[in-house]
Design a binder for this molecule. Sequence first.
Ligand code: ASP
Length: 347
Amino acid sequence: MIRPLSCCAGLAVLLALLPVRADTATAALPEVRLFTTGGTIQSKGAHRQKLMEYSDGKVSPSELVDDLPELRDIARLSYAEISNIGSGGIDTPKLLLLAQQINAWLAHPEAAGAVVTHGTATLEETAYFLNLTVKSDKPVVVVGAMRPYTAVSRDGPMNLYNAVRVAATPAARDMGVMILLNDEINAARDTTKGNTYRVDTFIARDAGPLGFADSDRIVFYRRPTSRHTAHSEFDVAKLSTLPRVDVLYAYQEADDAAIKGFVAAGARGIVGSGGYSEPLAALKGQGIVVVQSDRKGSGRVVKSEKVAAKGQVTADNLPPHKARILLRLALTRTTDPVEIQRMFDEY
Ligand code: ASP
């Protein structure tokens, strides 16, 4: 059975309830909903050796789950298709729709958890967005693949199987949104795609993984300490858009051309990426919040009186693209840099 769900911004969501065995053992299984958005995990190449050139949007959610009958032994699974596109196409309406649909699902008492399929290129941005906007402590796991569905030794099925195992596990409650590839369970906030090609691409450089999805059991070794999900103050239930925030890449001899472009395009915030302070300092008093992050991908941008005196905010160890996500949500509540610094300290 497939039926459309009502949703925002003219986007359609297809919901399917998969046939389940009508025995008592199955009825006792945890209920997990799969939200599909696309990416390599749902892509097909021309032949089995095609590892890099393949087409997004070829594998439907039903094909994905029918390929893995083992899922029916670990969860009662339903699915909702948000999109079937490469992750470069995930935009604000789709992010909001995803958060709203996951929140609606997890509010059901019978819901145990949620899994999201996603392209790996921007997976960490969606995962961090959900980490800040999901209003439940039930597990939410974002999963992708580095090899297409058609490849020799594809990684998607094992990743999806493990993601459903984690979403169905009570031990995964209140861990914030998690990223699962290559058997590793990583925290959305701390994790970045670190390699363009290898299957062990997701890495939490400063913090390490939360745990592992191993064959004997799901094992956790730490908990995230930043505010997330049920503890977050951000609420996107009634939002249909978010403030524009741009990221300024730092490099030798960069001038203010990009900043002028961002301001002309209506940016309410700009995230810097290190070593580029003068043109950004000139924005003081123009109603644009500046957050200082860094392009290196690990380590903290520590708080300093000098930066605060410029009316700017420091991003701790959030990389620029994740600082952008937090700044967009922060700007839905305030434009006060002191209050926004408090949010960057807590989330
Ligand atoms: N093209 C893919 C994307 O949607 C890449 C991936 O999934 O790894 O990001």
